[in-house]
Design a protein. Structure first.
Length: 487
């Protein structure tokens, strides 16, 4: 079947990315509002921590399942249902009268966001081809990176406008009008899914969903709860996660052999060129990248006495650099390929190391301004990582598996985010007794080390891509010679 571009594809992309931005933004935006929530609801520290942790946990649990449901039921149907659920749960979280209601609303909100996010990558695979797909993934990568970076800034701004008493409620309420508008536009802009004849039991791998959920839960729960002794209390979940992960892989292979639809076709990792390496690069990068925002927040707010808004504005240079370069990098993927990712990772590592060094050399009162230039440099590099890596990782994925492939990629990033945030916060806490600048230096050094690990993987994948290109070229020459000299 020949490809005919949908004339509304760019408008549809804008609508879907707006909704995706809200879901990803809510991972980080509430951090600066936690003290306000705790005071307003008279909540316990453990309960209020689950406002963040519960959302991240539920989000990561259902990403692959959401992608598979989108592949099976149609991207438009899943997008609209998940968006409606996200808007309703956002309103419920904003109106929560007590701690328990807020935590439950955040869990439900995380489930809705996890179902919503993989539809973005699936829609891009459906609607775009060639260089346009690179541009679309560039925009998606910009949304992923910027949503993480601007969360503290936007959260601080909302608290500054609405006050600390009830300002936290507007962190959730702001999703409602934007979500309603996105829903109305999505009804008009998103292409209708083809009606499929299928039986629920044959299309949806419920055993696979359960096995993967336990495996992901076993990894995320101890990590997310690490600041209250999660590693010590829940270490036994790691071997449980490994056992269920192994069982999941075995089960999915058996499902494929029987000719049924798997939740996550393991051939994505074994037979799809570049997918496994790209997913690993993304997970490792998020280990180093996502945790720095909590570290910066602790440094500026606890160490220097900044307000939430001032703290968010201090890391704005990274967000600006990332936004600009992500949009440009998406257009350059067909020309430069994996070299963009390699260059970007190197820039992020250098920028973070520069900030770590400056923290030791300049007076703390000057650090906000002194960090600006290296943060811009690191941000430009960050924008060259997420969108090109997403494009290159998914470029060989069949369209029928686009949703689940995007969900698996996002799951790796969410696990990386949870691990990186826990590790960097723990390192910061261990060193802060010697002072806030040394704590920031050591934590950012760890972030740079994790980024360098992603860089090593990206270099290996670059070499592998060159080998594959050489082999394809040689095979093409041999085939051409055989055609010229038959027999």
């Amino acid at each position: 079947m020949s490809y005919e571009p949908d004339p509304r594809r760019w408008k549809a992309l804008a609508v879907s990315l707006t909704a995706g931005f809200m879901g990803l933004l809510d991972v980080s935006i509430v951090n600066v509002a936690l003290p306000s929530m705790q005071a307003g609801l008279h909540a316990s520290s453990g309960g209020i921590r689950w406002v963040v942790s519960g959302y991240a946990l539920a989000f990561g649990l259902v990403l692959v399942t959401g992608g598979r449901l989108g592949d099976a039921f149609g991207r438009r149907n899943m997008f609209l249902g998940a968006l409606a659920a996200f808007v309703l749960t956002s309103a419920l979280a904003g109106a929560a009268p007590n701690e328990t209601t807020l935590v439950l609303a955040r869990l439900a909100q995380g489930l809705a966001a996890g179902m919503l996010t993989p539809q973005n990558t699936g829609l891009i695979q459906d609607l775009f081809r060639g260089a346009e797909r690179g541009r679309a993934f560039g925009m998606f990568g910009a949304v992923v990176g910027i949503s993480t970076a601007v969360g503290p800034i936007l959260g601080g701004f909302i608290l500054a406008v609405f006050g600390t008493q009830d300002g936290w409620r507007w962190v959730f309420y702001v999703n409602v009008p934007i979500g309603v508008l996105a829903f109305v536009l999505a009804l008009r802009m998103l292409p209708r899914s083809e009606k499929k004849q299928f039986r629920l039991r044959s299309e949806i791998d419920f055993v696979g969903i359960a096995l993967l959920a336990v495996a992901v839960l076993g990894v995320l729960l101890p990590v997310i709860d690490s600041d209250s002794g999660g590693f010590a209390k829940l270490w036994w979940l790691f071997p449980v996660a490994a056992a269920f992960g192994f069982a999941f892989v075995r089960w999915e292979r058996s499902v494929v052999r029987r000719g049924r639809s798997p939740l996550l076709d393991t051939r994505l990792f074994t037979d799809t060129p570049g997918y496994a390496a790209g997913a690993a690069v993304g997970a490792l990068y998020f280990c180093g990248f996502a945790g720095i925002w909590l570290v910066f927040a602790m440094y500026f707010q606890q160490g220097l006495g900044y307000s939430p808004l001032q703290s968010g504005l201090s890391v704005t240079p990274f967000a600006i650099g990332s936004a600009v370069s992500a949009a440009v990098a998406g257009r350059l993927v067909p020309r430069f390929g994996r070299r963009l990712t390699v260059t970007g990772l190197a820039m992020v590592a250098v920028g973070l190391l520069a900030v770590a060094l400056i923290a030791e050399l300049v007076p703390p009162s000057m650090s906000g301004w002194a960090f600006a230039l290296p943060l811009v440099f690191a941000g430009v590099g960050g924008g060259m990582v997420i969108s090109p890596n997403t494009t290159l990782t998914l470029e060989c994925v069949p369209v029928r598996m686009a949703g689940v492939a995007g969900g698996a990629l996002q799951t790796g990033q969410r696990i990386g985010t949870a691990i990186g945030t826990a590790v960097l916060a723990s390192v910061f806490g261990l060193v802060v007794g010697r002072g806030y600048p040394p704590a920031l230096t050591v934590a950012l050094g760890c972030a740079a080390l994790l980024t360098c690990s992603a860089l090593a993987l990206a270099i290996a994948e670059l070499r592998a891509r060159r080998r594959r290109a050489s082999e394809d070229e040689r095979e093409a020459r041999e085939a051409s010679a055989a055609d010229v000299h038959p027999g």
